[in-house]
Structure formats: C-alpha cells, structure tokens
Design a protein around this ligand. Structure first.
Ligand code: 5GP
Ligand code: ZN
Length: 110
C-alpha cells in the first residue's frame, strides 16, 4: 500500500516516536495525543481495518492484544487504560491501516 501513512511509518519512510518494534508489529506515540499517554499498535502488514480481518490474521491479532498490557505497564498505565479500534468511516476511522489505540494517565473519558 504505497499511499498508506502507517505502511510508510512501518517502512521507516515517515518518522515516528517509536516505543516497540518486532518483525510483525510496531508501536508508536500518537501524533495528536488524546491523553497523557496515547500510543498506537499496528501490524506491519497492511490490513485496512477490522472489517478486513480473517482467520489468517488470528495469531497476529493475538500478538497485538498481548502487546497492549505489556506496553501499557511500561508507560505507567499499570492501574488501567483505555483501548479502542475505530473501524470504517462510520466508526470514526481516519487512517485505514489497522491500529489499536492505547491511552490513559488522565481522566477517563467515556
Ligand atoms: P483513527 O481515527 O484512524 O482510529 O486514528 C488515527 C490516529 O492516528 C489519530 O489519533 C491520529 O492522531 C494518528 N495519526 C495520524 N497520522 C499520524 C502520523 O503521521 N503519526 C502518528 N504518530 N500518528 C498519526
Ligand atoms: Zn498500510
């Protein structure tokens, strides 16, 4: 996906404030944080949204979810945090490359 901003970040073509990387996943601080701590976890593989996931992504999705509490604890969110996955235009998604928002460290906004 040559015009996908998160693919470009995953490829190192656009800089990010990286907090984690392995062969399949990348995590970095959100450029417009909605809380004191706000980072995103993405697969390096281009998957547009939760509407595109299949059983082929099962292990990848599990790996993303397991990374959530690990990175949250490392960023001082051991007391709790929020996660969200916006899906589709109707779900408020702006960047069409699957990502999990993890945020906290301030008042919880429902
Ligand atoms: P969405 O509404 O798609 O779930 O959220 C996309 C998020 O990506 C937004 O919170 C936005 O601030 C963040 N974002 C968009 N472009 C960039 C970027 O170039 N770098 C970083 N670090 N975050 C971005
Ligand atoms: Zn992408």
């Amino acid at each position: 996906m040559t015009d996908c901003i998160f693919c470009k970040i995953a490829a190192g073509q656009i800089p990010c404030n990286k907090i984690y990387e392995d062969d399949e996943l990348l995590a970095f601080h959100d450029i417009r944080p909605a809380a004191r701590v706000h980072f995103l976890i993405i697969p390096k593989l281009h998957v547009a949204s939760m509407l595109e996931v299949t059983e082929a992504h099962e292990a990848l999705l599990g790996k993303m979810m397991l990374l959530v509490p690990k990175l949250a604890r490392e960023h001082g969110l051991g007391d709790g945090f929020k996660t969200s996955i916006n899906t589709g235009l109707a779900g408020g998604q702006e960047v069409f490359h699957l990502h999990i928002h993890v945020y906290g460290g301030g008042p919880v906004v429902k």
